[in-house]
Design a protein around this ligand. Structure first.
Ligand code: ZN
Length: 243
């Protein structure tokens, strides 16, 4: 089975459209989304409607849970909190109901799916091999997908505990083999690994491999809509740096 994996769209419609157009050039069997559909960006209702129509599996991220009131908005600092409050004010009932039915973890085809990490599916950031290895120990699945950090990452742990991997720039291809492995596709709508292009991951479970992908999108369209919505300027500015 071929699966396109997306995560951390953050209400960035131009980024989501660019990724889906690329995915549709060679349509996979399924589309999985690891959460954070909303928060930060200006298009929450449009993004939720598209994911709702297209994703075979979708997790809830911390921003989704904050916007629907399942976790307190006081847990979101500064600009993230301001954007979450803005999103709560504009999100429509249909989108809210969809987000309210999602959970921050799941599994599909034997692969563990966690918004943040297996140890803490809502909040833990997995940004290094040590934390990834602890997560793999905690997960019942051999292969695990996470989002949340907005950094494309691949970490493998061998039976003897040897860890390998790290940042996964576009074009990185890893095997899905007997090693325990944690993959983060990176973020569609707010990359933080220095590459401002929208990130996604193509999995081929039959062939046993995963390929990290990146695609350009019109960042200035998202920034213009953020500025007219009155969202915090630093959130718009950071998109062009991918940080
Ligand atoms: Zn996120």
């Amino acid at each position: 089975m071929r699966v396109a994996v997306i995560s951390d769209i953050h209400a960035n419609l131009p980024a989501l459209e660019a990724v889906l157009a690329e995915i549709d050039r060679d349509p996979p069997d399924e589309l999985w989304c690891l959460g954070d559909l909303v928060g930060y960006g200006p298009h929450p209702n449009e993004v939720v409607a598209i994911v709702r129509a297209r994703a075979d599996v979708c997790l809830a991220g911390n921003h989704d849970l904050g916007v629907i009131g399942r976790i307190g908005l006081q847990l979101f600092g500064g600009e993230a909190g301001a954007a979450a409050r803005w999103t709560s004010g504009v999100i429509e009932a249909e989108a809210r109901d969809y987000l309210a039915a999602l959970e921050p973890q799941g599994s599909r085809s034997g692969i563990g799916l966690y918004h943040a990490s297996p140890r803490d599916p809502i909040w833990e950031y997995v940004l290094d091999t040590w934390t990834a290895a602890r997560g793999l120990e905690a997960a019942p699945e051999r292969h695990v997908l996470v989002g949340h950090s907005h950094v494309a990452l691949e970490v493998a742990v061998a039976e003897d505990g040897t860890q390998s991997g790290g940042l996964a720039p576009p074009g990185t291809e890893v095997p899905l083999d007997e090693l325990s492995r944690l993959l983060n596709p990176g973020s569609v709508g707010q990359p933080r690994d220095g590459d401002p292009r929208a990130a996604w991951l193509m999995l081929d479970t039959g062939a046993g491999r995963a390929l990290f992908r990146r695609i350009e999108y019109p960042i200035e369209r998202t920034q213009a809509d953020m500025r007219s919505a009155g969202l915090p300027e630093p959130l718009a500015a950071r998109l062009e740096h991918g940080l």
